[in-house]
Design a protein around this ligand. Structure first.
Ligand code: SF4
Ligand code: F3S
Length: 107
């Protein structure tokens, strides 16, 4: 079991989540972050840190976001670790809550 980053992180990428992770499980892509399920220890510290409410425990990922479980595992294989907060994505306010952002994901 692991925590999972879902769609609302795309083009928001606040990165406040990464600083609380005790095992540096976050991985960074161009406009999205994922959690490496092999590193996450289910500590539950990160969801509350996300202003976009994008992080869920695997069992609680909303039905229409379930595909992000596999996507986190897949992208974590090739993206580098991030453990220090950086500036949020440009225009992040505009993207918060926008639906169907998966098509915008850059790999
Ligand atoms: Fe890191 Fe804990 Fe979040 Fe897992 S639940 S990604 S270990 S902060
Ligand atoms: Fe993304 Fe939220 Fe972290 S927007 S980068 S999951 S703080």
């Amino acid at each position: 079991m692991a925590f999972v980053v879902t769609e609302n992180c795309i083009n928001c990428k606040h990165t406040t989540c990464v600083e609380v992770c005790p095992v540096d499980a976050f991985r960074e892509g161009p406009n999205f972050l994922v959690i490496d399920p092999d590193e996450c220890i289910d500590c539950n510290l990160c969801p509350v840190e996300c202003p976009a409410n994008a992080i869920f425990e695997e069992d609680e990922v909303p039905e229409d976001q379930r595909h992000f479980i596999k996507l986190n595992a897949e992208l974590a294989q090739s993206w580098p670790a991030i453990a220090v907060r950086i500036d949020a994505y440009p225009d992040y306010e505009k993207w918060d809550g926008v639906e169907n952002k998966l098509a915008l994901l850059e790999r």
